[in-house]
Write a protein that binds this ligand. Sequence first.
Ligand SMILES: [Zn+2]
Ligand SMILES: [Zn+2]
Length: 108
Amino acid sequence: MAAGVKVICTECDFTTEAWSDGNPYYLDEHGVKRYAYHPSSEADLCVAVDTPYICMKCAHEFNVDSAAPTRRCPECNFGQISSLWRLAGKTCPRCKSGEIVVSGSMIS
Ligand SMILES: [Zn+2]
Ligand SMILES: [Zn+2]
């Protein structure tokens, strides 16, 4: 089971969802990345985790792979990124004026 939250901006229509433990994945026999969703017997095979991040400049959402972590936005190369999970209380990266609030929790 994983805890999830809805991430919302107080000003614009920016909204997204985040899970506390990211998206665990494993590689199949062809070396292709496969996500293991909850609940799943494949969870035992997982080798790394993709964590959803957002760029604080261009609001591009992307995954940071724990096997090959990055600290820069792949879109604009900006060096300030935040995991969606830790976005609460920060200035909205899309409208730059609202504040990000986290609403409730979801359980998978
Ligand atoms: Zn960016
Ligand atoms: Zn906003």
